[in-house]
Design a protein around this ligand. Sequence first.
Ligand SMILES: Cc1ncc(C[n+]2csc(CCOP(=O)(O)OP(=O)(O)O)c2C)c(N)n1
Ligand SMILES: [Mg+2]
Length: 338
Amino acid sequence: MQTIPPDTEKEIYRLMVRTRLLEERLSNLYRQGKLSGGLYRSLGQEGCAVASAMALGEGDLLSPLIRNLGSVLARGVPPRDIFAQYLARVTSPSHGKEGVLHFSRPELGIYAPTTMLGTMIPVLAGMVLGDRMRGLKTVGMTYIGDGGSSTGAFHEGINFAAVQKLPVVLVLEHNGWAYSTPGEKQCLAKRMADKAPGYGIPGITVDGNDVAEVYGAVREAVDLARAGGGPTLVECRTYRMKGHAEHDAQAYVDRSELETWREKDPILRLERSFDARGTFPRADRERVVLEEEALLDAELSVVQAAPPPSADSAFRGVFLDEGIGERMRHETFTGGLP
Ligand SMILES: Cc1ncc(C[n+]2csc(CCOP(=O)(O)OP(=O)(O)O)c2C)c(N)n1
Ligand SMILES: [Mg+2]
């Protein structure tokens, strides 16, 4: 397993703090009735999202799920884009028409998830297949939950990626719940990584709240994929510390389970590890937290000043805008598109 370079480890710490503080602000806005839709937290899973995305290289592709705010921040999406999405401002990547993480930033290699769980696996497999046909060595990473790994799209996508030896890294966030359905009612396999040999690909299980383990395993999977070794399934054992979304009070969860996992919090774990090794002293970490607080406050006030989308914009960008469809059809028929 590869080790994390010291600077990357510090950056992972900063990005986990950013993710958590950003979600705390979103949670307050949700309670004030200011968000236009739901809020899906990644509390307790920030390490998995951030460390996996940090293992990608430049030009690689990533499609997040609802618990992967940390992944998109790690790929360079600024917090103001996230605030603007949730507050439905015209300045958001989806121009105020869609909330949550359903937006693309192709220049950062980020592609919006479709809502149907599992479907981004075949989509991403197709994208990296296209890149391979053009001679590029792009790696594609996407995520799936323990629940989502029961879908047909998961099976079709991973099987297709496997037989085509496509450079896909699938991070399976095994957090114990799929909405209110507990793990044992979802799948009888104790290790979700055991699904991988059924497709003839490597599967590895790591502690998803230990960023060193996540980064090491995912980095190895990325390197293997880029070298032509095909996909890897990386199962990250973690825990969903909040309900499915802010409107879900988690009444079905045993409180003692939350207490156990609170001790395994990924930020706390990394802080303890820094202390044990005598690297990245507490005072420096506190500075990071203050910097992140200031950044988020500044970005939020800019976003709050922006307007919502105009009513007539509802009709734009729904279908292919005029001209684009014509051009795409022409380029497809004449072989202009890859
Ligand atoms: C095919 C499909 N079925 C159901 C849903 C509704 N849904 C959205 S998230 C979710 C729970 C998913 O659980 P899991 O995959 O374990 O991810 P987690 O929420 O735990 O991160 C469900 C049932 C959906 N989006 N797609
Ligand atoms: Mg789950």
